[in-house]
Design a protein around this ligand. Structure first.
Ligand SMILES: Cc1cc2nc3c(=O)[nH]c(=O)nc-3n(C[C@H](O)[C@H](O)[C@H](O)COP(=O)(O)O)c2cc1C
Length: 188
């Protein structure tokens, strides 16, 4: 089993990465292999709806030759996709949103003359989030959006681990036991 972790926080020492470090440690203890991609370090152009990705059903086929190609291949090589992001304006951060748009077209060949396949069908998708408001008011819309995204893309939605940030004056804390249990559950 292989994981592909897509990290959407701009902060290398931020809250989301604190959770992710423990999550990764659990994967390592279980000897599960993973790719970790920091999206703010990558060039990910926004989708311009040209639909060049819809002519060839066997590949990504996007006109932009940027880092999204490598991410696309890493996703195809994994069984579990993890989206880790701080919540910005009730959703993910901008590079993750750009990537999700590129993938929803590039992976799902639904938008050409005839309806084609979803190239990533059957993979699991899980979320790790950190937010300032209570999770039910801070991360609820992100989770709902991604549940629908998974259904549309024939992905298996595997749940969200979310922890609240109590503000810049407090130290960020999270439940390490739950984080480890979440990682173990995704491995089964
Ligand atoms: C521009 C911006 C927008 C934010 N929008 C939200 C929001 O809509 N809902 C929320 O609960 N928290 C929001 N937050 C708070 C962050 O999600 C929270 O502080 C998070 O823990 C930051 O994670 P990081 O340290 O990995 O960047 C926002 C923070 C920033 C900087």
């Amino acid at each position: 089993m292989r994981f592909c972790i897509l990290m959407g926080s701009p902060r290398k020492n931020g809250n989301t990465n604190k959770i992710l470090k423990v999550f990764r440690d659990e994967l390592e203890q279980k000897q599960v292999q993973y790719d970790l991609i920091w999206l703010y370090d990558k060039q990910i152009e926004p989708c311009i709806a040209c639909r060049s990705c819809q002519t060839d059903w066997s590949s990504f086929g996007c006109r932009f030759q940027d880092d999204t190609y490598d991410i696309f291949n890493k996703i195809l090589a994994c069984e579990v996709i993890v989206l880790a992001t701080p919540i910005y304006s009730w959703y993910c951060t901008p590079p993750m949103k750009s990537l999700l748009d590129r993938l929803v077209y590039g992976m799902n060949k639904y938008y050409g003359e005839e309806k084609g396949p979803a190239l990533w069908a059957g993979k699991k998708m899980a979320l790790i989030a950190s937010c300032g408001y209570k999770p039910e008011k801070g991360a609820d819309l992100w989770e709902e959006g991604m549940k629908r995204y998974c259904k549309h893309s024939q992905l298996v939605y595997a749940g969200m681990l979310v922890e609240r940030d109590l503000g810049y004056k407090s130290t960020y804390t999270f439940n390490e036991k739950e984080t480890r249990a979440f990682a173990r559950r995704l491995c089964s």
